[in-house]
Design a protein around this ligand. Sequence first.
Ligand SMILES: CC(C)(COP(=O)(O)OP(=O)(O)OC[C@H]1O[C@@H](n2cnc3c(N)ncnc32)[C@H](O)[C@@H]1OP(=O)(O)O)[C@@H](O)C(=O)NCCC(=O)NCCS
Length: 164
Amino acid sequence: MFTIARYEDASHRRGIGRVLEENGWERRYVAGQLAAIDDLTADGRPGVRGNVLVAVPEEPESPARGPVCGFVSVEFREWNRLGQLHGLAVAPGSKRRGVASALVLAAEEFVRDLSGRGLYADTPETNEAARHFYRALGYGLAYAMPDYYDDGLDGVTYLKLFSG
Ligand SMILES: CC(C)(COP(=O)(O)OP(=O)(O)OC[C@H]1O[C@@H](n2cnc3c(N)ncnc32)[C@H](O)[C@@H]1OP(=O)(O)O)[C@@H](O)C(=O)NCCC(=O)NCCS
């Protein structure tokens, strides 16, 4: 079991780093995600609202494992009233238990509360788990961008409009 909480402190930041490392992310990608989270949780960009949510296990396996088993980060832009999911990951031992679903539903609620129209998310074309996940949550394939992630690695963007 887990609860969804607002990102608060350095222990959450360390926990998110660990979740990404456990998923096999290269160090440069982990650093990029943490930098984006620092940016999204800092106030002060006009017309943009950021939010980071963490999933906290109710019974952590051990204190050393840390307080986070998943996270989502979202950026809402006022000009088009859309949210963009920037980061989403769940610790390998906590997958297929509804953690990401609960995180994304909470991110959707954040966008709805700001009178947003919907959300979108990019993922590598090869990320079958993420593609299944977004479809399961009612997101539709909006477009593909050739070579978005790297030479030969296309990006695909999934979109959910609340009106649709
Ligand atoms: C994609 C990811 C976030 C899903 O997290 P999760 O907590 O396991 O997802 P949920 O348990 O909420 O899954 C909800 C539904 O999505 C679909 N789904 C999730 N993972 C899936 C997989 N590996 N294969 C097929 N369908 C999957 C299923 O329909 C699932 O419902 P079910 O378990 O009842 O069949 C997780 O696998 C992950 O962290 N991957 C690595 C990071 C990543 O790829 N992030 C995505 C953005 S780039």
